[in-house]
Design a protein around this ligand. Structure first.
Ligand code: PLP
Length: 425
């Protein structure tokens, strides 16, 4: 007898390509089928068959307070009493813009969109429109959403399916994207030597989190800041994942390296579909209606989405969230390292704040090429063994994990027990 998830997935496959609305959800990388969720609250999710799991995916990043926090739920419900969409300015748009400008060092002006993909797509268009140049540099393993010119050597979903480039993207588009190895200064220097005044922008995840979790080498971000400045290129930080997750102002606050433009998303929407991009006013003023770079959105600045995002940001502040997330992350790292030791494994564990990745290799990780050397079969066995015991990690070695404010000491301690057992699987 198939269970309810299996029955639903069979039905989904008849009417939705692959049964999912986003490819990683299909669990293909771990050779299985997804479960369907009935309920998510705090650090736990329950599937439609009644199985409960401690969740380290957190809806792929947004659920930083845990699932369905009361403050966010209440904000959505009370805002909905006034209407659910206006298509004309509403006060919440001003409030969230002011908050973002206050929190994110590079942002003087910001525009709200509906996804991280829209944010990076428009940041690229704006950089090209502002500089009058066509070429962009991106880095292998960095994922910036499913934007045509950025789906070149992208991370997670694209990697997982063994197709770094998507069909349907004209070669001429991809030809405008220079895809370079991450953490390799010489490669960037060479590109600027070859095209000294043709590169509109350099875009990167300042801490890449879509090919595992990769750290920039010391000085690398400052180097990118310097070389883009020298060549009048726009430096774009894609902080869709790291923004509002690692600190109020993301990686730029932590490192002090300030980009020209920043793409945001995930945490900023409180679980509703929100993205944003912002930066220097001088550049942002090139957007319509002030300037020649067109961008628009029927649902952009949607009141429910703005209310959810604002409520989430305010809760983070009220609860001293970033300090607590660091403490929870530190506990997670310590107990996971102990579990690794107990299991006699010397795997590489990366952790920053509330983000982590356990690589099934002992080798150091500096680029996506290093991640590819991991033992994927061992990862798959580990993933399923953990899931069976009620711990849900992301279904791919190429994904980072997320801890939320709802992951209490007991949940993290229980996770470590499960990890120790499952490392032997
Ligand atoms: C998730 C993500 C995106 C895409 O955001 P969507 O909302 O899925 O379109 C872009 N960049 C980074 C770094 C991301 O993690």
């Amino acid at each position: 007898m198939p269970n309810r998830s299996q029955t639903l997935f069979a039905a989904a496959k008849n009417v939705i390509p692959g049964g999912v609305n986003s490819p990683v959800r299909a669990f293909r990388n771990v050779d299985g089928e997804p479960f369907f969720v009935d309920h998510a609250e705090g650090c736990r999710i329950r599937d439609v068959d009644g199985k409960e799991m401690i969740d380290y995916v957190g809806t792929w990043g947004p659920a930083i307070l845990g699932h369905a926090p009361a403050a966010v739920r209440e904000a959505i419900v009370s805002t909905a009493q006034h209407g659910v969409s206006f298509g004309i300015p509403n006060p919440l748009e001003v409030e969230i813009a002011e908050k973002i400008v206050e929190w994110v060092p590079s942002v003087e002006k910001v525009r709200m969109v509906n996804s991280g993909t829209e944010a990076t797509m428009t940041a690229i268009r704006l950089a090209r429109g502002y500089t009058g140049r066509d070429l962009i540099i991106k880095f292998q393993g960095c994922y910036h959403g499913h934007v045509d010119s950025l789906l070149v050597s992208a991370g997670s979903g694209a990697l997982t399916h063994g197709k770094p480039d998507s069909a349907g993207i004209p070669k001429d588009f991809a030809a405008l994207t220079l895809s370079l190895p991450f953490n390799d200064e010489a490669a960037v220097r060479d590109a600027f030597l070859k095209y000294p005044d043709r590169i509109a922008a350099v875009i990167l995840e300042p801490i890449p989190a879509n090919a595992g979790l990769i750290f920039p080498r010391p000085g690398y971000l400052a180097f990118l800041r310097e070389i883009t400045r020298q060549h009048d290129s726009i430096l774009i930080f894609d902080e869709v994942m790291t923004g509002f997750r690692l600190a109020k102002g993301g990686v730029q606050e932590i490192t002090g390296v300030i980009p020209d433009l920043t793409a945001m998303g995930k945490v900023i929407g409180g679980g509703l579909p929100v993205g944003a991009f912002g930066g220097k006013a001088e550049i942002m003023n090139h957007l319509a209606p002030l300037g020649p770079v067109y961008q628009a959105g029927t649902l952009s600045g949607n009141p429910l989405a703005m209310a959810a995002g604002l409520a989430q940001l305010r809760e983070l502040e009220r609860l001293d969230g970033y300090r607590k997330l660091e403490a929870a992350g530190a506990q997670f790292e310590e107990t996971t390292r102990a579990a690794l030791k107990k299991a006699g494994k010397n795997y590489t564990l990366h952790r920053v704040g509330s983000m982590f990745c356990l690589f099934f290799t002992e080798a150091p990780i500096f680029s996506v090429e290093d991640v590819k050397k991991a033992d994927f079969a061992a990862f798959n066995r580990f993933f399923w063994a953990c899931l069976e015991r009620g711990v849900y990690f992301a279904p791919s070695q190429y994904e980072a994990g997320f801890i939320s404010l709802a992951h209490d000491e007991e949940a993290i301690a229980r996770t470590a027990e499960v990890v120790a057992e499952c490392l032997q699987a």
